[in-house]
Design a protein around this ligand. Sequence first.
Ligand SMILES: N[C@@H](CCC(=O)N[C@@H](CS)C(=O)NCC(=O)O)C(=O)O
Length: 240
Amino acid sequence: MITLHEFGPAFGLRTASPFGLKLEAYMHLAGIPYRVEFDGNPRKAPKGKLPYITDDDGRKLGDSALIIEHLIKKHGDKLDTHLTAAERATGHALRRMTEESLYFPMLYSRWIDEAGFAVVAPVFFATIPAPLRPLISLVVRRSTRSALMGQGTGRHTREEIYAMGSADLKALSDALGDKPFFLGDEPTSYDAAIYGTVNNLLQIPTGTPLTTFARSLPNLVAFCERVTKRCFEDASGATS
Ligand SMILES: N[C@@H](CCC(=O)N[C@@H](CS)C(=O)NCC(=O)O)C(=O)O
């Protein structure tokens, strides 16, 4: 069975990582069995980032998009075969916007914004011995700040960063409209990807303008509830 290595649960999320949650949703929707091993250290991962998988044959694979490509080759394409080329293009653009644009304001809201960090740090660092927490906070925040500077988002003001993230959220909400899923009545791999990031944003009460704006978009909130229900709740309503 596949082992998914990802950051641990927090704030009611199965994993506080957008890309781990995306893979969990994808494998649930595609009916691919897996087990989870929680890991807090990306340095052991094949690409230095979490999540990664260890497949049945012991092979380790990093990057959620490459992992899904691998799963499709191995298990068949369970979610997207009915989509037209134009629908795939739309899904691709929305997924890229979510993962390569919206993700960075979300990262900023957790790690750099003092308001967000005050909420996440006690939970994310709960298992780290108290005397080590200040040092770990410093190291993680410094590396996140440097990643955000390199990518570009970190060069903007707080207001600009949240305006950019909110514009992405508004575009997602408008693209979804009143459909149950982004490309119609049934969930696709693109829904799994968008869900991973948006639900991470919605569930963590950072109190930042980005989270507040996300929570003001009823169709995106309902979309995430729908995917959670479809993937992780049994008939009694209990969450697995
Ligand atoms: N493109 C990768 C992104 C993975 C990623 O950014 N993971 C973050 C956590 S959400 C990480 O491991 N960060 C730790 C680091 O960069 O050191 C994917 O789709 O899996």
